[in-house]
Design a protein around this ligand. Structure first.
Ligand code: ZN
Ligand code: ZN
Length: 256
């Protein structure tokens, strides 16, 4: 399994992009930087897009991707939980901001949405997909993606403390987990459903207790202005846990 980190941040500026992952060129997760990272050909290769939640940094490129693919004759399948589908249609694809690409063009609309249920294993494009509920300020899920040869990655999306409740459902070789801010923002992070390096450490300790090992960990969704501080604190966490924890970056490729 090849995983490209197209965007690794929670804010966008020159050289830094909003969160998006791309697996084997065909399966995208979150849409913060699909159209700004991929050629038209690359965008056409995306067969399925999984959305973790409705916040703008995760859904921004749903309309722009659809517009690029409009009239291409292909339909891209979008999988997500119902609140996210409803919010994207209500606020973005509402015929005011942009067209409702579920309806046009006929007979092959550009987008089709499939509602997923957390906890129910789905087969999508040859991958086993498990949506796992996570604690955030709006309904949100993380996704475990398992390839046909049994390699698995779990991406949390935006998630605050409390992953321990769900660790028993996942067993990834690679964990892509959000770390939005440094430890001085712990109170804010816990309230708004995000992690800091200190909170990450607690979540990883509980992962180890439940699953008996520590996967390779890549942190994403960093606030760029705070990234140096986050990196320094993550290095301390990695040392104390004796594991591999690195910061994701735009263009990073991970292979399982
Ligand atoms: Zn969010
Ligand atoms: Zn976010």
């Amino acid at each position: 399994m090849n995983i490209q980190v197209l965007g690794a941040h929670n804010c966008e500026r020159q050289g830094l992009k909003l969160i998006s992952l791309l697996i084997d060129d065909v399966l995208a997760i979150d849409a913060g930087s699909l159209t700004s990272s991929l050629s038209l050909e690359g965008q056409q290769k995306i067969k399925a897009l999984l959305l973790t939640h409705q916040h703008y940094d995760h859904v921004k490129d749903v309309p722009t991707l659809a517009m690029n693919l409009f009239l291409s004759g292909t339909t891209t399948r979008v999988y997500t939980i119902k609140p996210v589908r409803d919010a994207v249609i209500r606020h973005l694809l509402n015929e005011e901001i942009y067209p409702d690409f579920r309806q046009k063009p006929t007979p092959n609309p550009t987008l089709s949405f499939t509602i997923i249920e957390p906890g129910k294993l789905l087969q999508i494009e040859g991958y086993s997909i498990l949506a796992v509920p996570v604690n955030h300020s709006v309904p949100a899920v993380g996704y475990q993606v398992t390839s046909a040869d049994g390699q698995a990655v779990f991406y949390t999306g935006d998630a605050g403390p409390g992953l321990a409740d769900y660790w028993r459902y996942v067993s990834p070789q690679l964990l892509i987990i959000e770390v939005t801010a440094p430890d001085k923002y712990t109170e804010w992070a816990a309230e708004s459903g995000h992690l800091t390096p200190g909170l990450l450490k607690q979540e990883l300790e509980s992962f180890g207790e439940v699953n008996g090992y520590l996967p390779r960990v890549v942190a994403v969704h960093m606030n760029p202005a705070l990234e140096e501080e986050i990196a320094a604190e993550i290095a301390v966490v990695a040392k104390s846990l004796g594991g591999s924890i690195t910061l994701g970056y735009e263009g990073m490729e991970l292979n399982l």
